[in-house]
Design a protein around this ligand. Structure first.
Ligand code: GLN
Length: 533
């Protein structure tokens, strides 16, 4: 049986639409039908208790923009019929994480404080995707302001369920994006990654997710969390679609001064070249986690899940079979500082970025204006923010206070430099290792159950152990599906490369994809779509 049209690669959907074998409206209708079949009740900010039926559905969307999508799909079909130019993504359904502005739609960041905010403008990445012909089908759920690794901290519930087993989390914070793409509710999605928020949920949902080099994609119109770490990137079902999306979203932007002023290569051009001469590193520091125990003061060593470790080692072997040289025992000794350093830096930047939500300029305002401005701020922020933003603002203010800044914030910045230096040493072409990339697991475990970790902020943050260092260093990373564990949940492997090496990471990812083309797990579909017509 051939795959339903919604599950085809985006490049193939776009080709069929261009060649007149499929219409944009037809693809949109099939996508909406799939969405209807897997979604369950509409998430809302009302008080909510999880019930058993919720654990069978996906709930990826906070807001479905069907009427707007239909208009755009019709316009694309009309342009094609008239022989007018469309773009490389003409007619491809796109889900946008709800921390990106889409003109004229609600943009909540998963928070009650922005519940009523209608964006007057579009994020650069969204604008470029729409210009390329992508059809935005809606805004997908996320942890509140992206603060989490499971999607459970959103103000909009029920939480997103993992399409491979909806009683498990999809990961976070871009879990709405990865769940929607895995379940065929969109062919592509736009995510953001501050510590792993694209790669970790991509691993949990069995899709591809890329965090580009810091500055490779404009952050204009992305709701800021930690501005020195935030990156915008693609979520897709395969490497070619990821490259296609990078071609559209990457590049300079005069509206974001941190967007790199560098030409964008054609990410599709090198995809199928072989790996002769490539050096791929394995590091013990990505197989063994060092976790600080605050009660004993000792760094405890813990291995990652053996099934995930096996997938990484098998991938190394397959890549060696395609011509790459595997370099073992590459030291990345500061990896274990990634999470503690992130706790400090990201909270300081979050506290600063969240100051703008004061009940005056955007979104939620508490009650009537009594004329007392401080009271208005306090009440609006008190009722508008959920627990995570409050905790993070408090911690951020604390560690950057005049008397503590030296001991916490400055030391964190110094440690961040050490993390960056690990990568520079490993990737130095003249150095001992001369790596093109590191091959690691994306996450220490596969997707955990809804409710199993939520409430423990430290444990939750461990989900980013293997991804966060790339954000500190600014280097690109990609998570690629690499099979299923015994429980049928996806495993992800990660490639990390030097600054602006996205082309190479995609090429290596594509080599792995080709090497596993016939693997039996490739034919297994997520449980929520397995029994659909
Ligand atoms: N788990 C991370 C956090 O809670 C995810 C952040 C991100 O990458 N946006 O901060």
């Amino acid at each position: 049986m051939s795959a339903p049209v919604v599950d085809l690669p985006a490049y193939e959907q776009a080709r069929r639409i261009r060649d007149g074998e499929l219409t944009a409206v037809g693809l949109l209708q099939a996508t909406l039908k799939r969405t209807e079949a897997v979604e369950g009740q509409q998430p809302s900010s009302r008080p909510y208790a999880l019930d058993a039926a919720d654990l069978e559905k996906v709930h990826a969307f906070i807001n479905r923009t069907e009427a707007r999508a239909l208009q755009r799909a019709e316009a694309i079909d009309a342009a094609l019929a008239a022989g007018e130019p469309t773009g490389p993504l003409a007619g491809v359904p796109l889900a946008v994480k709800d921390n990106f502005c889409v003109q004229g739609t609600a943009t909540t960041a998963g928070s009650k404080i922005l519940e009523n905010f209608i964006s007057p403008y579009a994020a650069t990445a969204v604008e470029r995707l729409e210009q390329a012909g992508a059809v935005v089908v809606g805004k997908v759920n996320l942890d509140e302001f992206t603060f989490g690794s499971s999607n459970e901290s959103s103000a909009f519930l029920p939480p997103v369920g993992n399409p491979w087993n909806p009683a498990h989390v999809p990961g976070g914070s871009s879990g709405g994006s990865t769940a929607a793409v895995a379940a065929g509710e969109a062919s592509l999605s736009l995510g953001s990654d501050t510590a792993g928020s694209i790669r970790q949920p991509a691993a949990f949902c069995g899709v591809v997710g890329m965090k580009p080099t810091y500055g490779r994609v404009s952050r204009y119109g992305l709701i800021a969390f930690a501005s020195s770490l935030d990156c915008v990137g693609p979520v897709a079902r395969n490497i070619t679609d990821t490259a296609l999306m990078m071609n559209v979203i990457a590049g300079p932007d005069r509206r974001d001064a941190t967007a790199a002023n560098l030409a964008v290569p054609d990410y599709l051009a090198q995809l199928d070249s072989d790996l002769e001469g490539m050096r791929i590193g394995l590091s013990p520091d990505y197989f063994w986690l060092k976790i600080f125990d605050p009660t004993t003061g000792v760094l405890e060593e813990q291995p990652i899940s053996p099934e995930i470790e096996k997938a990484v080692l098998e991938a190394a072997e397959l890549l060696a079979g395609r011509g790459a040289t595997i370099v073992e025992d590459v030291p990345m000794p500061n990896t274990h500082m990634g999470i503690p350093v992130y706790f400090v830096i990201s909270r300081v930047e979050a506290a600063s970025n969240l100051h703008r939500y004061d009940g005056v300029k955007y979104g939620f305002r508490y009650g009537e204006d009594t004329g007392d401005l401080t009271e208005l701020y306090r009440k609006s922020r008190g009722a508008g923010f959920g627990l995570q933003p409050k905790l993070r603002i408090l911690m951020g203010m604390y560690v950057s206070a005049e008397q503590y800044e030296k001991g916490y914030y400055e030391r964190a910045l110094q440690a961040r430099t050490l993390i960056r230096q690990d990568f520079e040493r490993a990737f130095d072409p003249e150095g001992q290792y001369g790596l093109d990339c590191l091959l690691t697991a994306t996450t220490p475990t596969t997707a955990f159950k809804i409710g199993a970790v939520y409430g423990d902020s430290v444990l939750m943050q461990y989900a980013d152990m293997l991804t966060v260092a790339a954000n500190h260093a600014g280097v690109p990373g990609i998570s690629i599906p690499a099979g299923l564990d015994r429980g049928g949940l996806p495993i992800g492997i990660q490639l990390l490369g030097p600054d602006f090496s996205e082309s190479r990471l995609l090429q290596i990812g594509r080599a792995y994809e080709r090497a596993t083309e016939d693997a039996s797990w490739r034919s297994i579909r997520p449980i929520v779509v397995r029994n659909l017509p």
